[in-house]
Design a protein around this ligand. Structure first.
Ligand SMILES: *Cc1c(COP(=O)(O)O)cnc(C)c1O
Length: 392
């Protein structure tokens, strides 16, 4: 360890997009011919060629590469505000550019929110596990303490009594942000009415962050809360349903004062010109881009039903573009406590050796819904993996 580095960073594990490795270091395993990347919840569909051509054209004709990007993102903010009002069925102009801040992915916005509320001993954050790992990772990089509570093992609802107690008993520093994903990753469940009521009742000195990265799949949103609660922020992204993960564009929807502070804390030219152009183009062609969603939802349902036929697995319903599962109680009967994780790891490794990359996280496996062909291979590979499970 270099002596000038913060000692707490030595213990920190960075976010790994492909844990278990997407490298080919496993020399004695013959590489599968087809790799299905079903571990990061992207859309399986690239932008249509015609849109890529439009994007390339605008790079050739209007984008000066020697100039800094538009640092205010006003055109994109306007297009986003229009889309948010439309998709949340709010009146036109209910939310305006003053309610939008755009980040280099929602990840940047999560960090800006932490800087704006918690850094320098000003606050701790609360998460409910299992959930998106970036909240805790980014908090730790900033020296912000993380308090976590559990979810029900059956429904993955947040233990609200524990959450309330954590808020009441955390003092040095007090909890300043509660992070919720709606629907949650990796477990796929949307916030319940009880959870929403609890969030609405939180005091004004606690910021409620509702991360709706999967909104276009779930069609559930809490953006109307932003108009009544200045301590409420909703995060959306272009990385999932909008098929633009390569371009790193996310946005926050909140009260103008919070938005103003996010604008102060972000880097000056955080969003490359090409990404701004791509996001504008995606919004202009949103109908075409989002047309793939019904197919993905149908695929989710087909895969879910097929997986439920497997007595070895317990499979949860999902409101997002992924499925979460664990080994069933039946499969675990009479085994050691570590059997669940060991069994999941075997399935994960076997799938990987066959080219199906999924994520082992939060005590389960999370599988992104891909193309029909990919999902068929997922099912085939998973069935084979179950057959070759070693005794647990
Ligand atoms: C994928 C995802 C995001 C998106 O992050 P970007 O930085 O916008 O790509 C945010 N939150 C959750 C819970 C996600 O799963």
């Amino acid at each position: 360890m270099l002596p000038f580095l913060r000692p707490d960073l030595a213990q920190l594990t960075a976010y790994t997009p492909h844990p278990g490795g997407s490298d080919d270091s496993d020399a004695n395993v013959t590489s599968p011919q087809t790799i299905d990347p079903l571990d990061t919840n992207e859309s399986p569909f690239d932008l249509p060629i015609a849109l890529k051509e439009k994007l390339a054209d605008s790079y050739l004709s209007n984008l000066a590469s020697n100039r800094y990007p538009d640092g205010e993102h006003l055109r994109l903010k306007q297009a986003i505000a229009d889309y948010v009002n439309e998709s949340a069925k709010l009146p036109v102009d209910a939310l305006t550019t003053a309610n939008i801040s755009i980040g280099n992915g929602s990840d940047e916005l999560i960090r800006s929110l932490l800087i704006a509320t918690c850094v320098g001993g000003a606050g701790s954050i609360l998460t409910a596990n299992p959930t998106f790992s970036m909240y805790a990772i980014l908090a730790r990089t900033l020296g912000v303490p993380v308090v976590s509570v559990n979810r029900s093992e059956q429904t993955f609802e947040v233990d609200l009594a524990a959450a309330q107690m954590a808020i009441e008993q955390t003092h040095q520093p007090p909890i300043r942000i509660v992070f919720m994903v709606h629907p949650n990753s990796p477990t796929g469940n949307a916030l319940t009415e009880a959870e929403l009521t609890w969030l609405r009742g939180l005091p004004e000195d606690i910021l409620v962050v509702v991360d709706e990265a999967y909104f276009e799949f779930s069609q559930r949103t809490t953006v109307e809360e932003v108009r009544q609660h200045p301590n409420w922020v909703v995060l959306h992204t272009f990385s999932k349903a909008f098929r633009l993960a390569a371009h790193r564009v996310g946005y926050a929807i909140a009260h103008p004062t919070l938005i103003g502070t996010l604008e102060k804390t972000r880097l000056p030219y955080n969003l490359p010109s090409f990404s701004q152009t791509a996001a504008l183009l995606a919004l202009r062609h949103r109908q075409e881009l989002l047309e793939t969603i019904p197919l993905l939802l149908k695929e989710r349902s087909t895969l879910l039903h097929a997986l439920r036929e497997e007595p070895t697995l317990q499979v949860w319903p999902s409101k997002a573009n992924f499925i979460y599962l664990r080994l069933s109680q039946k499969a675990l009967d009479g085994t050691a406590p570590q059997a669940q994780e060991r069994g999941l790891n075997q399935l994960f490794q076997t799938l990987k050796s066959k080219g199906t990359l999924i994520r082992q996280t939060g005590g389960g496996l999370r599988i992104t819904i891909g193309t029909p062909e990919e999902n068929q291979r997922t099912l085939t590979h998973l069935k084979q993996a179950i057959k070759t499970l070693h005794p647990l």
